[in-house]
Structure formats: structure tokens, C-alpha cells
Design a protein around this ligand. Structure first.
Ligand code: SF4
Ligand code: SF4
Length: 586
């Protein structure tokens, strides 16, 4: 039977068909839907872990105990999980262990566009790269076999386009899971230096065997055509190369680490001109150049952002002026206007950033939908580095510039991000005697990735209710004496609480608690309207950055089809010119 699946759905299906028993992840675009879909299979345990390091550790434990395990994360999540990853390369596995790294060329939803093939090389583990949903499923199953056959974790690297595009997938039955025998084996699983030294030898010999495997595996294949142009490519770029360079011969690499040197050399000898078309880093190209093979790559194609069909069309079009090259054969894609991201109508974060902007405080920001508070007109955030960095960054600012600077400095962090890796920063402020004010934006969900649960929401990925982490008690437990909970839409109270906590000579935590507008069900959604006669055109309400409020002539209008009636603008307007639709005084 065939079914239309996204790459992420196909990976979850592949894990199920491969007999995986444990799946773990921290949500992160573009990988989130993998575990959401894995959780639908009752035969597999699935969890949202507090962060990627814990997710990989859970996968490692399951693997060592004999079960096949899938661990998924976005590319920057692998940075968080790198500590266990590099040592797991040494311990190897028992049940197969597959790590999905979902990279984001073009940074559709990320703070950088690192190329995680480098992690595969650095950790000395194989890297597979599917090009569509069928391969995403098939490669997942192959990855489990490879993992067990070569005693290694396997990285399957996908990119946003593979993760989120749909294509037809041939489905198979679930392979009966075999829980491999668990045997205590300290030499393999206890990485004290004496044992780790021996395992390093095993890692190097495993790499040699993987190199031999790369030469003959069907994961790497040549599609012969005319031999004027030969293209080596991988992942989604393979689809674009096939679409644009219809007459070229292609060496498609489904396994990009380790690379098949003999196969590449043989291919290069049979084509007149060799190109490598790969997104981001010249990963394949650098190897080929180191083998003294003449190749065109990043001298033509960009190292920044995605390589799209039109990029290949344009760059090869320039090349085709050269008489040795083939003409390219595709139509350029239409240019569509870009719509800038914005906090949703009714977003609880808007009230906080409005106040922070008004108070002109320095704000160390973090990763989440609230990062949008950095954009005009809120302009409230000074730094955004990585998950959980805000509290440490604010503390560093205070230590560098002194306590007076801290009187006008806050760290902001979401509830999920606080649990992911903010809590250690808060412990540090207490331990090392900073006075930082930390604001936890508790919107009762992991908002940016599409409303996943976390330990503070009271629900698991399987939909089971659990005891939620009490953020007030947690902050107090690590030694914060001043913990205040406030509604971010109560602007007056919020402003006075922030001012008071900034004055405090000790660390404090403010929890702004209000459900994300997209999950709040019990609310009055009657839209607000502007009474034209009362509106003075002061534009104060425009400072909220609500997409529903638009300038019309010298005054403003509220788009009632978008407005969710959160009433924030009513509190901001000093002229009483905004009210609920249908109210007589407006
Ligand atoms: S804040 Fe009130 S008076 Fe000022 S522009 Fe908005 S609706 Fe008009
Ligand atoms: S227009 Fe006002 S009430 Fe409507 S969503 Fe925006 S801030 Fe809320």
C-alpha cells in the first residue's frame, strides 16, 4: 500500500517498521513531527524529553538495554546532545540507535545554518541523507541495520525540504522487535580512560569497514546519462539536479560519511566536467579536492542558504555559456513576496514586551516564539544566542558592568526553554550571587514548534496527564527568594512588579502566566473596534505591534476578522477609543 507522507512522518513509520521500541526528542523545527507521529504507534514508547541531551541519553540507555531506539532533534539540538554522542560513538550500541538531525539550510526557523555532516565526521559515525519521503523511511530502516551491524550510532541527516515535503511511500509491516540480550560489559559501556582507549581502536577499525561499505552500498548510486557533465549530489539537492540538469550523469550519495573514494574517482574519470552540488558546506567537495580530483563546487554554488532549482538553473546557465557544457532545462520559479513573522493576535508575550520596551530595559533574550519581541515596533530584545542562554548572558552582563547595570537588565525565557537548559543558569545566578531578574514567559506550551507539551504542562506526548513541574517551587528550591506570578495583560501590575524586582538586591523570578492565544479555548473572542470620533491618532496602540491594528489615514482601524478580542489595546489607549464590538460606548 502507498501513502502520501512527509519526510518526518516517513521516518516515524520507518522506525515503527524497523521494530523500534523507544523514541525520544525535544521539539525543534523542522524535526518536531517525527516524535508526534511516532507517538501515534501504540507499539512504541515515545517521549518529549526536557532537552536533546536527555533525549539521546534515553535512546542510549534503551539501545544498551537491547532495544532499537530513534532520537530526533533539529540541527542545533545536536550541539546540546554532543556530549553523549561523541562517547556513544566509542561505546557503540546493542539495539540499533538512530539519531535524526534535521538541518535547516536557509534558516527558516533557526538561529544558524550549521551543517551537521561535520558532527558525523567528528564523532566518526555514518551519515545517511535521504532525498524524499520513501528514502526517509527506507534509510531509517537501513540505519537501524547499519547501527547493529557496525556497532555504531547512525546519524540520518535531513533538511527542512525533505522533512516537510510530501511524497508517496510504499508501506510495509512492522518487523517483530527483537530485544537483544543485555549483558553487563564494562569494557564496552563504562568509558573510563583505560576502556575508552581500547574502544577508540575499535572506532577507527569500524570506520575503515564503513568506508568499504560505502563503495558498494546501493545508498550511493550512479545514474548514467550524457558524460559532458557529471554531478555529485545528495539530499533534496538531488531532486533539483534531476529536474534542472536532465542530461547530466549523477552520482547520488545517500551516505555522505564516510565517502566512497573509489566510486567517486571512477565517476570523475568518466565525465568531462565534474560538479558537486551540495547545500551549505563544501563537505563532499573538500574530500574530492583532497584526492586531487578537479571539481567545480562552491566556486559556483553558494555556501549560504538553500540551493533551489532556480539557483542551479542560474549558476549552470552561466556555466552553459561554456561550449563544453550542456544547456539547462527548467523554468525559473515564481518569486513570491515574503511575509515577515509577527507575534500572533492575542499573544500573551505582547504585553510583556510592550512594557519592557516602555521601560527601556536591556533584555537578554532566548529561543522561542517570544524572540519575535525583538522586532519593531516592540524592539525589546538585545541578545538571542541559543536555547537557555538568556539567564547566563544576563548574569555575564551584570558581572562585566556591575550591579547598577543590573538595575535595568532582565533575562526572558519561555517555560519550555527554562526547563530545557535555563534552570542551570538560574542556579548559577543564585550560586554566584548575581541579582539578575529572570522573567519566565509561561504560556503553558512549547509554542514556536507548534504547541508541544513539556514537563510544565501536565501532559506527555502520548496524551497522558502527569504531575506538572511547579515553576514557582522550582525557582524557590534553587534558592530564589523573590518569585512573583503576574498576568502579562495586566500592564499596570506587570510594570510595577518589574520595577520592584529590578530594584531588588538579590536574584528574582517573575513568571508571566497566560495561555498561548492559540490554545486558550475559554475566552471571549468578540473583536475590538476603534471609535473613529474618539481616536486622536496618537498611534500609541500601534506600539503593541498587533497585526490587527492598521493605520488608516491619520487614525487606526482594527481588522475584525483577525482580532481575537484580547483587549490589550483597550488598556493601552488613553483616549478610550477602543472597545469591544457591540458595546454602546464605542
Ligand atoms: S491609542 Fe487610541 S487614540 Fe491612539 S491611535 Fe490608538 S485607538 Fe487612536
Ligand atoms: S486588536 Fe487589540 S484586542 Fe484585537 S488582538 Fe490586537 S491587541 Fe488584541
Amino acid at each position: 500500500m502507498k501513502k502520501l507522507l512527509t519526510g518526518n512522518e516517513a521516518i516515524a513509520r520507518g522506525a515503527w517498521e524497523a521494530g523500534a521500541v523507544v523514541c525520544s526528542a525535544y521539539p525543534g523545527t523542522p524535526s518536531t513531527e517525527i516524535i508526534e507521529n511516532a507517538a501515534k504507534y501504540t507499539e512504541m514508547y515515545a517521549e518529549w524529553s526536557p532537552n536533546e541531551k536527555v533525549a539521546l541519553e534515553v535512546g542510549a540507555g534503551s539501545s544498551i538495554a537491547g532495544g532499537r531506539s530513534l532520537v530526533a532533534m533539529k540541527h542545533v539540538g545536536v550541539n546540546v546532545a554532543a556530549d553523549p554522542l561523541f562517547t556513544l560513538s566509542y561505546t557503540g550500541v546493542n539495539g540499533g540507535l538512530v539519531l535524526i538531525s534535521a538541518d535547516d539550510p536557509g534558516m527558516h526557523s533557526s538561529q544558524n545554518e550549521q551543517d551537521n555532516r561535520h558532527f558525523g565526521r567528528a564523532a566518526k559515525i555514518p551519515v545517511l541523507e535521504p532525498s524524499d519521503s520513501q528514502e526517509a523511511k527506507d534509510f531509517t530502516k537501513i540505519a537501524f541495520d547499519l547501527s547493529e551491524n557496525f556497532d555504531t550510532p547512525v546519524m540520518q541527516r535531513i533538511t527542512t525540504r525533505v522533512a516537510h515535503s510530501q511524497s508517496l511511500v510504499e508501506l510495509s509491516d512492522r518487523q517483530e522487535p527483537v530485544l537483544k540480550e543485555y549483558q553487563k560489559n564494562a569494557l564496552k559501556y563504562v568509558m573510563i580512560p583505560a576502556y575508552a582507549r581500547r574502544r577508540h581502536i575499535d572506532v577507527e577499525s569500524r570506520l575503515e569497514k564503513l568506508q568499504e561499505y560505502a563503495e558498494t552500498t546501493p545508498l550511493n548510486r550512479i545514474e548514467w546519462n550524457q558524460t559532458k557533465i557529471g554531478v555529485i549530489t545528495n539530499g533534496i539537492t538531488y531532486q533539483y539536479v534531476k529536474e534542472v540538469l536532465k542530461d547530466a550523469s549523477i552520482l547520488k550519495l545517500g551516505m555522505t560519511f564516510p565517502l566512497p573514494r573509489k566510486l567517486i574517482t571512477e565517476f570523475s574519470k568518466k565525465v568531462d566536467k565534474l560538479y558537486v552540488i551540495e547545500e551549505l558546506e563544501p563537505f563532499i567537495e573538500d574530500y574530492i579536492k583532497s584526492w586531487k580530483i578537479e571539481v567545480y563546487g562552491k566556486n559556483i554554488f553558494p555556501m549560504i542558504g538553500e540551493i533551489l532549482p532556480e539557483t542551479i538553473l542560474e549558476k549552470m546557465g552561466e556555466q552553459s555559456k561554456n561550449k563544453n557544457s550542456l544547456p539547462v532545462q527548467a523554468e525559473p520559479a515564481l518569486n513570491t513576496p515574503v511575509r515577515p513573522p509577527v507575534l500572533c493576535p492575542g499573544c500573551p508575550h505582547r504585553g510583556l514586551f510592550y512594557v519592557l520596551n516602555k521601560l527601556k530595559v536591556t533584555v537578554a533574550g532566548d529561543i522561542g516564539c517570544y524572540t519575535l519581541g525583538s522586532l519593531a515596533p516592540l524592539n525589546a530584545i538585545d541578545t538571542t544566542i541559543c536555547m537557555g542562554a538568556s539567564i547566563g548572558a544576563a548574569m555575564g552582563m551584570e558581572k562585566a558592568r556591575g550591579k547598577d547595570f543590573a538595575r535595568n537588565l532582565v533575562a526572558v525565557i519561555g517555560d519550555s526553554t527554562f526547563i530545557h537548559s535555563g534552570i542551570t543558569g538560574l542556579i548559577n545566578t543564585v550560586y554566584n550571587q548575581a541579582t539578575t531578574t529572570t522573567i519566565i514567559l509561561d504560556n503553558r506550551t512549547t509554542g514556536m514548534t507548534g504547541h508541544q507539551d513539556n514537563p510544565a504542562t501536565g501532559m506527555t506526548v502520548k496524551g497522558d496527564p502527569i504531575k506538572e513541574v511547579d515553576l514557582v517551587l522550582l525557582a524557590k528550591a534553587v534558592g530564589v527568594n523573590r518569585v512573583v506570578v503576574v498576568d502579562p495583560f495586566d500592564l499596570e501590575k506587570l510594570e510595577s512588579v518589574i520595577k520592584e524586582e529590578l530594584r531588588a538586591e538579590e536574584p528574582s523570578v517573575i513568571i508571566t502566566k497566560r495561555k498561548c492565544a492559540l490554545i486558550e479555548k475559554n475566552k471571549d473572542t468578540t473583536p475590538c473596534v476603534v471609535l473613529n470620533e474618539s481616536c486622536t491618532g496618537c498611534m500609541r496602540c500601534m506600539r503593541l505591534g498587533c497585526p490587527c491594528i492598521v493605520k488608516e489615514g491619520k487614525k487606526v482601524r482594527i481588522n475584525s476578522t483577525q482580532c481575537v478580542g484580547c483587549e490589550l489595546c483597550i488598556h493601552v489607549c488613553n483616549s478610550g477609543a477602543i472597545g469591544k464590538e457591540g458595546q454602546t460606548n464605542v
